[in-house]
Structures are given as structure tokens and as C-alpha cells.
Design a protein around this ligand. Structure first.
Ligand code: SAM
Ligand code: SF4
Length: 329
């Protein structure tokens, strides 16, 4: 299994399928986009399935989440999902997406074996969406969300990042809308993972700000630690339930002690943390003919080196070179 020196065991694998994206969220990428990974450097579908197979069969991974960049831009996604669904033991499979194109693909992904989706949507206002993502695609995201629910990719979760001066007044409206549509809303604190290094701790909207804003309209009752388990989101019952809202406070209330994740980038590197500054290269091993057990050992060694925490509160904190879109959020 994948265990580190602090006794944490990784059972949740995040797989980035591409670093490319069709949006340009201000907290993630610059307007002009980024220097994308070169095609030969990307793992092929077969290589991805082989690594996931090793992770599930030999290393105790129970849950696989596909992300990116925008994972729906990867043409082979339905085939990858289908092949992972055929593994024994069969892992839970989910997808984090900006929702563009989900209207067309949700049913096929469900048929292929996908269990759930998280759709990122930060605002209910089309003009704010355009300012935040630099694209006019608000409607596509809403239609993608509808399609996900209709296809049974439930519970459909919605991820929202609040940015000062843009959508920081929208928390209660987003929650009322999510409840009306039966989506589970989670706010994510903005993290220093943007390619342009524009994050400022002073300027960010904190979990405390979000909760204060929500409490102007809703009564929130905290869920216990038992229900939370290793989930990054702290959750609250809204107005006594059954609806809930989550806050992922990676900056102000980090949950590193309960972290159960390992990450695979689209170019075949293992990262033990979003904020890791070191990676373990599985692609070279794969392509030089290493057998499965050797790859599993490399992965275990990477996990053994996992740091205690993100280091965000350390004065010597350095933002990782890879931005969020290339790590896989
Ligand atoms: N493109 C897909 C999407 O947007 O859902 C998947 C990749 S995206 C990197 C995954 C999640 O990371 C999204 O919910 C996005 O809002 C979030 N994200 C991106 N940059 C972030 C940042 N700097 N701080 C916090 N969350 C961020
Ligand atoms: Fe694309 Fe997701 Fe980054 Fe937005 S957050 S630019 S949708 S990868």
C-alpha cells in the first residue's frame, strides 16, 4: 500500500488527463494560456490505464478522480473510464470538470462506468463568469450540470472559488441555487497555484469570510469529524438539513493530517501533494520497460517521502513550479 512516514495511507488517486483547457480562470491561468505539454510527453491512454491498474490492484487505491486541465478535452476519456471500471477491485470513479461539453458526454460517461462529477462554477451571473473565465460559456456549464444530474452522476457537486471584487458577494445566492437544483455546493479557498503567481494571502476570501456571508441568510450546523473522515471539505447542514454546504479551507484550515491522496500528472509524474516541489518520474520507467512491481516500488518510495504538510504557513514557502492546471486540481 501507499503509506508515508506519518502513517497516512493514500487510497485516493487524482489523475490529470491533460494540462490544456478551454477556459482561462483568472485564479488558474493567464489570458494567453500556457505552454502546453508536448504530445510525446503525455501518457497515452494505455499508459494511464496501466498505471491506474497498478495503483488499484497492487497499491490499495480505492477511488480514482480524473481531472486536468480540462479532462473532457481528452478524446480517450470514455475508453479510459470503461477500462478502469473493469478492474478488480473496481474503484469509485469521479471527474472534476468545468462542465463544458458535459451536456454531450454525461450519459456516455455514466454508461462507461463513471460514478460522480464535480463541476466548477463560481457565479450565477453570465457577465461575472466571463470576467472570471475570460470566455462566454456560462450557459454551457449550466446545461452540463443539468445533463450530469439527468444521467445519474449523483450527487452532483459544484466547486466554487470566490474572488474579491468579482463574485465574493455571491455565496448565499450560489447556495440557494444549489439547494434548489439539488447540487452539493463546496467553496474552495483560493490557493497559490496560479501560473501567474498573482495570489495574495491578504486579498483572498477565507473560509471565515464565506461562512459569515452564508450565515446572513442560512443557519449552518457543523457536521462532526466522523462524517468528514479524510474529505478535504468541512461540511455544514443548511437550515437543519438535509442539504449541506462544504468549505475546503486549504489555506486557513489545512487538512494535511488526514490527507489520503496521491497524484499522477498527464506527463507521468507522481506528486504526493498539490504543493510538492518534487516529483517521481514513472513515465521514464514505463517507457524503458520496467515491470509492474518495479513501478509499484517507485510509487511507494515517492509516498514514503510525502511531507507532513503543504508548508503554506512556513515563511520559506515556495509556490510549486507547476501550476494547478498542470498538476491536476
Ligand atoms: N478544469 C477542471 C475544473 O475547472 O473543474 C478541472 C481542473 S481545475 C484545476 C480543478 C479545480 O481547481 C476547480 O474546481 C478549480 O476551481 C480549482 N482551482 C483552480 N485554480 C485554483 C486556485 N488557484 N485555488 C483554488 N482552487 C483552484
Ligand atoms: Fe481551466 Fe479548470 Fe483552470 Fe478554469 S480552473 S482555467 S476550467 S483548468
Amino acid at each position: 500500500m501507499l503509506i508515508d512516514t506519518y502513517g497516512r495511507v493514500a487510497t485516493d488517486l487524482r489523475v490529470s488527463l491533460t494540462d490544456r483547457c478551454n477556459l482561462r480562470c483568472t485564479y488558474c491561468m493567464p489570458e494567453e494560456g500556457l505552454q502546453w505539454l508536448a504530445k510525446p510527453d503525455l501518457l497515452t491512454d494505455d499508459e494511464i490505464v496501466r498505471l491506474i491498474t497498478i495503483a488499484v490492484r497492487d497499491l490499495g487505491i480505492e477511488e480514482v478522480r480524473f481531472t486536468g486541465g480540462e479532462p473532457l478535452l481528452r478524446p480517450g476519456l470514455p475508453g479510459i473510464v470503461e477500462r478502469v471500471a473493469a478492474l478488480t477491485p473496481r474503484p469509485q470513479m469521479s471527474l472534476t470538470t468545468n462542465g463544458i461539453g458535459l451536456q454531450r458526454t454525461a450519459a456516455a460517461l455514466r454508461d462507461a462506468g463513471l460514478d460522480r462529477v464535480n463541476v466548477s462554477l463560481d457565479t450565477l451571473r453570465p457577465e461575472v463568469f466571463q470576467a472570471l473565465t475570460r470566455r462566454k460559456r456560462h450557459d454551457d456549464v449550466l446545461r452540463g450540470l443539468d445533463a450530469a444530474r439527468a444521467a445519474g452522476l449523483t450527487p452532483v457537486k459544484v466547486n466554487a472559488v470566490l474572488m474579491p471584487g468579482l463574485n465574493d458577494d455571491e455565496a448565499p445566492d450560489l447556495l440557494a441555487w444549489a439547494i434548489a437544483h439539488d447540487y452539493e455546493l463546496r467553496f474552495i479557498e483560493q490557493m497559490p497555484l496560479d501560473a501567474q503567481h498573482g495570489w495574495k494571502r491578504d486579498g483572498m476570501i477565507t473560509a471565515g469570510d464565506i461562512l459569515t456571508s452564508l450565515r446572513t441568510r442560512f443557519t449552518l450546523t457543523p457536521e462532526g469529524q466522523e462524517e468528514r473522515g479524510s474529505a478535504p471539505a468541512e461540511r455544514w447542514l443548511v437550515d437543519g438539513g438535509p442539504h449541506r454546504v462544504g468549505v475546503i479551507a486549504s489555506v486557513t484550515r489545512p487538512f494535511c493530517r488526514a490527507c489520503d491522496r496521491t497524484r499522477l500528472t498527464a506527463d507521468g509524474q507522481i506528486r504526493t501533494c498539490l504543493f510538492a516541489t518534487e516529483e517521481t518520474d514513472l513515465r521514464t520507467a514505463l517507457r524503458s520497460g520496467a515491470p509492474d512491481d518495479e513501478i509499484a516500488r517507485l510509487w511507494e518510495t515517492a509516498m514514503w517521502g510525502k511531507k507532513a504538510g503543504s508548508g503554506l504557513d512556513d515563511p520559506s514557502f515556495l509556490q510549486p513550479e507547476r501550476p494547478m492546471s498542470s498538476i491536476g486540481g
